[in-house]
Ligand binder design. Structure first.
Ligand code: HEC
Length: 117
């Protein structure tokens, strides 16, 4: 009985500490989500690379409305969106430079392994 009374608070403290550890790292979720084309990249492209790269919107440049092309061109996409506006090759052409957080969406997707979904 005496041993039980000593162990109980220790066990409770252990559970509390382990929960603090996980919630601190990932804001309540179990593991940080990996970026995917469908959850993260597609909407950013639709918003920023349309209409030119979206055939359905009348674009006649290389289509980026599909996973395969965006994946195979990710390095060139990353290079161009990080150029200084006005520089040859800058994308979105004649547009504003994407925000750092939008550029980060492409970077994180690459770091996470370029998954489709
Ligand atoms: C206003 C139209 C327009 C918009 C918007 C636009 N682009 Fe482009 N893009 C072009 C044109 C025109 C070319 C072909 C000329 C060239 O290569 O610079 C091109 C070419 C490219 C290429 C080279 C493709 C190849 O054939 O190798 C990449 C990569 C690219 N764009 C990425 C993007 C990305 C990413 C966005 C959105 C963030 C974007 N573009 C937005 C017009 C546009």
């Amino acid at each position: 009985m005496k041993r039980f009374l000593i162990l109980l608070p220790l066990a409770a403290a252990g559970i509390l500490l382990s929960q603090c550890g996980t919630s601190g790292k990932a804001k309540g979720t179990k593991a940080p989500a990996l970026s995917t084309y469908e959850s993260n990249v597609q909407t950013v492209i639709m918003a920023n690379c349309s209409p030119c790269h979206i055939p359905a919107k009348g674009g006649n440049k290389k289509p980026y409305d599909n996973f395969a092309n965006v994946k195979s061109d990710i390095d060139e996409i990353l290079r161009r969106i990080q150029l200084t506006p006005g520089t040859r090759g800058f994308m979105p052409m004649r547009g504003q430079k994407l925000s750092d957080s939008t550029i980060a969406v492409f970077k994180k997707w690459k770091e996470d392994g370029l998954a489709e979904k």
